[in-house]
Design a protein. Sequence first.
Length: 259
Amino acid sequence: MSYAKLKEIEDWYNKPLDDKIIVAKQIIQDALNQSTKQAVAFSGGKNSLVLLHLVLQFKPDIIVVFCNTGVEYPQNLKFVRKIAKEWNLNFYELKPEKNFWQIVKKYGFPDPRRWYKKEPKCCWYLKNKPANDFYKANNIDCVFVGISAFESRTRKLHIAKKGPLFWAKRVGDTRFKKPILRAYPLAYWTDRDIWQYIELNDLPSNPVYNFVERTGCMVCTGFIGWEKQLSAINPALYRKIMHMMGKTVLADFSSHAQG
Ligand code: SF4
């Protein structure tokens, strides 16, 4: 990865949405041309909704994979299943072998992410392992993912290093040698682009965004500020996690945590 690559990504930041749509569609077309059986990773979040809307324009019967972590916001679960039904998706809802509480008991809670840290164990067991197992079992050789370089430093470095379309080694089962094509059509999109596309195309809005900024697992402790967010939306769960971590409920959030 070079400085030039990072600069190239930065240059995309303020480009018009129309240019980004053209590139996203080119990445989708290239990915379809280079692979035989594809899937879209759908979480219910705003990026994956936009990604799904774009990919369906090329392949309406594409396999759509949702990893139900078991600790989803109930509103997200409802939203995902509603989209699956109303958009008539070729939809698969995957479940993990271990639950969140078993994983954190063994490996601990996820730390607030740092670009140099490894993926938390819960992300592997709740999302990536079920998805990878499904891709292998179903001979899927290309997956569309809605990540963007502007979401975090980790993602920017990853996209600068790999680009928006690349063959990746399968992780997990080392006996499975065949690589998988990873496609990031939204690699250069900002949050503003995503919301603009949703509005322009009149896409449905996930109700989770009415009270939090991200639709990921409700119990996630892997981002800075999780205490404040969780104490406001689910004080009992917040107290349970603090207790399991051996920490005292923070005074700042005690007013939220009375419920
Ligand atoms: S989003 Fe958070 S809680 Fe969910 S699997 Fe990833 S690190 Fe764990």
